[in-house]
Design a protein around this ligand. Sequence first.
Ligand SMILES: [Zn+2]
Length: 146
Amino acid sequence: MLILNYEAAIYSRGGISDRASRLPHYNRSVYSAELLDHFQNPRNPGEVESPDSCARSQNPVCGDILELTLKLEGRRVSDIRFRAKGCVPAMACGSAITELIKGKNVEDARQVRREELLRRVGGLPQASTHAGHLAMDTLAMLLRGL
Ligand SMILES: [Zn+2]
């Protein structure tokens, strides 16, 4: 129930209207402690006010949606926030990517690799690698043109 409540909170805070009808189905034991921590205590949730860039992407296979918004101070990412809908790893990766990027210069942010994200969430099970790709794809869109 904790998980369902959390997802409901993310939905309402994020304001994504097309709420998934499927229930989350997962086995907690397959996820690392770091991943579950990001899921249960998300870093930088929500939306940046008057963002300098925003990006949204969806995994066509399982329907996960990730939205990132970013605020710059000069070339430095002063704020970055995420909204996510979908599986537990997708939400955790959204949280972790904001933590990795916040405070970096745009040029350094472009250098962040998927391996760093995976380390940050303590690895992803084989069935969840799509969540890492979703986060990295959305990040690339977010930084494009900055
Ligand atoms: Zn997923």
